[in-house]
Design a protein around this ligand. Structure first.
Ligand code: ZN
Length: 243
């Protein structure tokens, strides 16, 4: 059977969104999953999401929230107050085994002609945000496969490296041969492009096709869980507007 990958990123402990995306991907006859990191943080179901991702036994790289939620001793001074509150809360929800698993995740990974990184290959441990062609250009210096998938900005987009770097809106694309692509799957659990639906993409290497998908999920329940966990209201409200 030909491979069809589902690339998921920035799940951020949103169980309702993750389940909806996994169901949708299976309805698209996906054969393999890939996770570009940030399984936990922001929303209220970190342990449940971690369990589902671990069950997939798929390639996973470490996101900044995965790192901070599993290293209790590391200061959260650089985070926005709401993010710091929820990382501190998440540290208390995860078992030692969950944290040990998060701690062993690599910052980047190469497999079957695909590279995977959470933020950018240009100093991945600095978690730089690639929003524009200029930032993507720095990344491409380190990309040695035709395709690299990432997340981190929570905004789905495709960067194409020709003589210049082009920024292409998300959607359906047939990848050109001999060209490199750096592709953001968007966020499953906290989209920030104004569309509150969960985002992910599928990739078929045989036909070199990328397709971004948006999936409706039970946002109300995800919001209620944030509120009943006592986490900042702002984190619930932003789910409703996709910001
Ligand atoms: Zn994230």
């Amino acid at each position: 059977m030909e491979r069809k990958y589902a690339v998921i990123a920035d799940i951020h402990a949103n169980l309702e969104a993750l389940n909806a995306v996994l169901d949708h991907a299976r309805s698209q006859s996906v054969t393999d999953f890939i996770c570009a990191g940030d399984i936990v943080g922001y929303n209220a179901s970190p342990a449940e999401c971690l369990r589902l991702i671990r069950q997939l036994s798929c390639p996973v790289v470490c996101g900044n929230h995965d790192y901070y939620c599993s290293h209790d001793e590391v200061s959260l001074d650089d985070f926005q107050p709401a993010a710091a509150i929820v990382i501190d809360w998440t540290r208390r929800q995860l078992s030692l085994d969950d944290k040990a698993w998060l701690k062993q995740l690599p910052l980047s990974k190469v497999f079957t002609g695909i590279t995977l990184v959470h933020a950018t290959l240009d100093m991945p441990e600095r978690w730089g945000y690639v929003f524009d062609a200029y930032m993507a250009d720095a990344h491409f210096n380190y990309q040695n496969t035709p395709v690299c998938f990432h997340g981190h900005t929570h905004v789905p987009v495709i960067f194409e490296k020709k003589r210049e770097v082009l920024r292409i809106p998300p959607g359906d694309l047939e990848l050109a041969l001999g060209t490199k692509y750096f592709i953001n799957a968007g966020s499953v659990g906290q989209p920030r492009d104004g569309d509150p639906r969960a985002s992910y993409l599928t990739y078929e290497p045989k036909t070199r096709t990328i397709r971004h998908h948006r999936v409706d999920y039970d946002i109300e329940t995800a919001m209620e869980k944030i509120q009943s966990a006592g986490l900042p209201d702002r984190l619930a409200l932003r789910l409703g507007v996709g910001q």
